[in-house]
Design a protein around this ligand. Sequence first.
Ligand SMILES: [Zn+2]
Length: 175
Amino acid sequence: MAVRDVLTYPDPRLRLVSAPVEDIQTAQGVIQDLCDTMSASGHSVGIAAPQIGELLRIIVIDCSKHVKKSQGQLVLVNPEVVATEGTYSMREGCMSLPDYLGPVTRPRRIQVKAIDRHGQPFELQVSKFEAIVIQHEIDHLNGVLFIDRVASPRTELMRRSALMQRQAEGESETE
Ligand SMILES: [Zn+2]
């Protein structure tokens, strides 16, 4: 339907708690806009409704470019993590903080329940990259940004441009 503008930090709307979707039919436009906005970015692996200014508990992920056996594009409405296991650290970035990357540690494996875009409930077990992306996006629904989870922002947050520079000089990314 439409590619929407992505809100960037410090837009105060990124700090609000989103409301559960009560009627899946009324959410179809937002779901489609999330899919369109994510694919238009070219590199995004996930997006949450508040990032386009819609304070609803909807996330869309697509890790197929990063994970061999990924779940493909997934729409999760009212997602909830019901179980977690282990820990996993990854360098995270965000469309709402386009200039920064930083290491975050989260559970390695999660069980999530949600409803799909047709209103059907489902449960999913994912690990590592996909699990991290889902947790990052669910954080957005609660007004939490990845920079809140970087242990030492002053020393660990890194400019994306600096990382590109280092990669150009031969350092490989850890993801
Ligand atoms: Zn984000």
